[in-house]
Write a protein that binds this ligand. Structure first.
Ligand code: SAH
Length: 452
């Protein structure tokens, strides 16, 4: 029987979907942090369960040719970038292989091919947003990232995945909080103030929004702190997000703009987009237009088409096609995002797009029941994917194409099986790397009606 702290020597044969090296030892599957397939490692067991164990590398005995030196030690410690020890080319292949493996499990690998993963124009410093925890470490307020599988903060100043400009602002805000002795959040006792810093930067204009996620709506130093942050270069908006709960969820429900603009404005292609604090916006500014282009080209739209933009966020996909179709109907569950989408239509002189607030799985069946007929449907759901109700209703509106933008290939493959039963099929999945250095897999799939 293996035990915690025991040292084992094993060969790594695989990489888990969370980018852990996988090996076997005495009938147990062992997940080893930061180990790569092809490597032989001496590993220390951190946790031993009945059928599997977690371990940490003590020494790499045989190194993989795919291994690269990680530019930032904290990348691997924290899991901020848990694929960063692999060459970028191999990361892209790893992502493709994730999709292939899932198709094989579903016995779909013969029908559906998976293209090469579309590389991100920038493999580092690609994020237009950083959301970093704030904690007290050895008596001092620090920003950083949590050590893997824990809530211990590893202090950091340079995140390397974020676009230039963001890291500097994070550090300056940290220094202001220190100077005014604002207490960092203490999650054990639900005390202290600042839980997270959330900084968003527009790639197009350089405008920066700073969101302080705080336990209380007000505290003695708040006014002075906001004033100081408002003087930082390029900051156009300072927001307090109120999150009083004992929870792992980062943002609370309510935002208070304490200084400056309600939104920042960014661009995708020719279109301008206003983004509110709670609204989703794709984080890889250079890759997003390429993701959308792929999705839109495959939809083969025309001027008589009725198009649905489901899980629409601030309307980025629907508004990008509005001018070449008859009309766009969007649905999104976060109210500020819906208001942004409506405002963004106006901002870009688009009058044939309508955005509704609601749950897509509820609104879609209503549209279907009202007899709505569509030509193309874009769906871009969160990780949990679509529901059977949504899928049935989408099919009932009889679209020629359904374009599925997915951030989780496991639920994508599940949903493709559901669609197939209702006569919509695909023969290709295109992975697009939106999150270099991490194991996240984004992809675009077009489903077409197979019989009529
Ligand atoms: N298509 C947009 C947003 C994609 S992210 C873009 O590319 O920017 C997914 C969006 O789905 C988020 O805005 C989220 O708020 C929204 N969402 C989550 N669950 C939903 C649901 N059940 N119904 C409608 N929208 C939902």
């Amino acid at each position: 029987m293996l035990q915690k702290n025991q040292i084992v020597e094993l060969k790594i044969t695989d990489l888990s979907y969370q980018a852990m090296g996988v090996g076997h030892y005495q009938g147990l599957t062992i997940f080893v942090n930061n180990a790569l397939p092809g490597e032989t490692v001496r590993a220390k067991l951190l946790k031993v369960k009945k059928k599997f164990a977690f371990a940490r590398i003590e020494k790499i005995l045989v190194e993989s040719p795919d291994r690269v030196k990680v530019p930032l030690r904290q990348w691997l410690q924290t899991g901020l970038a848990s694929l960063a020890h692999m060459t970028y080319d191999r990361q892209l292949e790893f992502k493709r292989q994730q999709v292939v493996n899932l198709l094989e499990k579903a016995h779909l690998e013969e029908q559906i091919s998976v293209s090469q993963t579309l590389a991100s124009p920038k493999p580092v410093r690609y994020r237009n947003k950083a959301q970093v925890p704030v904690r007290q470490v050895r008596g001092q307020l620090e920003i950083g990232f949590f050590r893997r599988h824990s809530h211990d903060l590893v202090p950091m100043e340079d995140f390397l995945t974020t676009a230039p400009g963001i890291d500097q602002i994070l550090v300056k805000v940290r220094d202001i909080l220190r100077q005014y002795q604002v207490p960092a959040y203490d999650e054990l006792h639900n005390r202290g103030q600042v839980r997270y810093l959330d900084v968003r930067r527009s790639q197009a204009t350089g405008e920066i929004m700073v969101i302080l996620v705080c336990r209380q709506k007000n505290f003695p130093q708040l006014e002075a702190v906001v004033h100081r942050i408002s003087k930082l270069p390029k900051v156009v908006s300072v927001v307090l997000n109120h999150n009083p709960d004992k929870t792992n969820v980062i943002l609370g429900k309510h935002d208070y703009v304490l200084w400056g603009q309600q939104q920042i404005t960014d661009k995708i292609g020719e279109l301008k987009f206003k983004i509110s604090p709670q609204s989703f916006f794709q984080i890889n500014s250079l890759q997003t237009p390429r993701l959308y282009q792929l999705a839109i080209d495959k939809a083969e739209l025309g001027p008589t088409d009725t198009v649905i933009d489901a899980y629409s966020g601030i309307g980025t996909i629907g508004l990008s096609v509005a001018k070449r179709v008859k009309c766009v109907l969007g649905v999104e569950s976060v109210e500020p995002a819906v208001r942004d989408a409506q405002a963004n239509a106006k901002l870009n002189g688009i009058d044939n797009a309508e955005y509704l607030c609601g749950k897509a799985e509820v609104v879609m069946p209503q549209w279907a029941a009202e007899g709505l007929q569509t030509d193309a449907i874009f769906v871009d759901p969160p990780r949990k994917g679509l529901t059977p109700e949504f899928i049935k209703a989408a099919v009932a509106t009889d679209p020629a194409k359904i374009v599925y933008v997915s951030c989780n290939p496991a639920t994508l493959v599940r949903d493709l099986q559901e669609f197939a039963e209702l006569g919509y099929e695909t023969d290709q999945i295109d992975p697009v790397d939106m999150f270099p250095q991490t194991p996240h897999v984004e992809s675009v799939t077009v489903l077409e009606r197979t019989e009529k």
